[in-house]
Design a protein around this ligand. Structure first.
Ligand SMILES: Nc1ncnc2c1ncn2[C@@H]1O[C@H](COP(=O)(O)OP(=O)(O)O)[C@@H](O)[C@H]1O
Ligand SMILES: [Mg+2]
Length: 313
């Protein structure tokens, strides 16, 4: 073989190898994608345990009177969780629910929006059993602020409008103002067009919650559920978020779940959950003078959070 032929042969070999190597790599990424696809498909094909009745009605816009009648529920048949739960909330009332972690507070919300059906008992809104409503129609009645607000990659404007895709620019701005979010939004490099979420600007816990509140405001739903809206915050941001929440409380029915009792202190009625049922009911002052579970919880938190009093000074 001449030197020239050898050189050409070796260089062709090199050129031939890299596509073959690529092909080998590609099979491994195809395998990865197949696994991901299978998982996504499993979720998409999962059938919900909650179904609509064939003659379900769209409730339109409800007033927000909520009644739980002797509701029992358990995730596992051998461990009953909610036992004989009764609740009567009038439209426009502010209700607080408190109790130890794991006692079933969030589960009550899941039952109310029909992620699960009660094992027995009924849940009524404006006098109609919620199982008679279409799921979409029922869930439109609720706005949520949860423990942590998730942001999607997109602008602040889009993230607020997620609560109501038809919201106008003015409505979004007004919601941000009421939620005490406009102050920090306007300081951002591109205001409402600033990109947040994955790869975007990161926000503090208190700022995130205020975006969550703005989302709930643009949604204009008659019933608002706040599930531990301040529990991941330090006491300074808690104060800001509490002020923003005050603006939400304008004639809607509001159910606030809280482990920190400061958050529900001003509620019209506070339900203390214990052992699956309601142990005490009343407003803050009544429950304190009663000297029961609530009183004890409140005292223990006062001692545990000396920083919250120092901020108020
Ligand atoms: N989807 C679920 N499947 C099974 N068990 C659950 C589920 N969600 C919550 N639980 C259990 O039910 C109990 C009550 O949970 P939860 O309602 O979230 O309590 P809380 O909000 O009061 O802290 C807990 O013991 C929890 O582990
Ligand atoms: Mg919870």
């Amino acid at each position: 073989m001449t030197i020239g032929a050898l050189t050409v042969f070796i260089s062709y070999m090199g050129k031939f190898f890299s596509p073959v190597k690529d092909l080998a790599k590609m099979t491994s990424s195809i395998a990865q994608v197949t696994v991901a696809l299978e998982r996504i498909q499993a979720i998409l094909e999962d059938h919900s345990t909650v179904t609509e009745k064939p003659n379900a009605i769209d409730p339109g816009s409800l007033k927000g009177n909520i009644v739980f009648e002797n509701v029992f529920f358990s995730y596992h048949p051998d461990t009953p969780l909610i036992k004989n739960f009764n609740l009567d909330v009038r439209c426009g009332q502010r209700i607080g629910i408190c109790g130890q972690t794991g006692c079933g507070k969030s589960t009550i919300v899941s039952l109310l929006v029909r992620f699960y059906n009660p094992d027995s008992g009924r849940i009524l809104i404006d006098g109609t059993d919620i199982s008679n409503f279409t799921l979409d129609g029922l869930r439109k009645q609720f706005g949520f602020v949860m423990q942590e607000t998730m942001l999607f990659y997109g602008s602040i404007r889009e993230n607020i409008a997620y609560g109501n895709p038809n919201a106008s620019d003015d409505e979004i701005k007004e919601a941000a103002r009421l939620a005490h979010a406009i102050e920090f939004i306007e300081k951002m490099p591109h205001g409402f067009d600033t990109l947040v979420g994955e790869r975007g600007v990161t926000l503090s816990g208190g700022q995130l919650q205020r975006i969550g509140i703005a989302r709930a405001i643009v949604r204009k739903s008659p019933i608002l559920i706040l599930d531990e809206p301040t529990s991941s915050l330090d006491s300074e941001s808690e104060k800001e978020v509490m002020e923003a929440l005050e603006n939400l409380m304008d004639g809607r029915t509001i159910i606030t779940i809280a482990h920190r009792l400061n958050t529900i202190r001003k509620a019209d009625k506070i339900y203390v959950l214990s052992d699956g049922g309601i142990a005490e009911v009343g407003c803050h002052d009544e429950l304190i003078s009663k000297g029961g579970i609530y009183h004890e919880l409140f005292r223990s938190q006062e001692w545990a959070m000396p920083s919250s009093t120092s901020v108020d000074k």
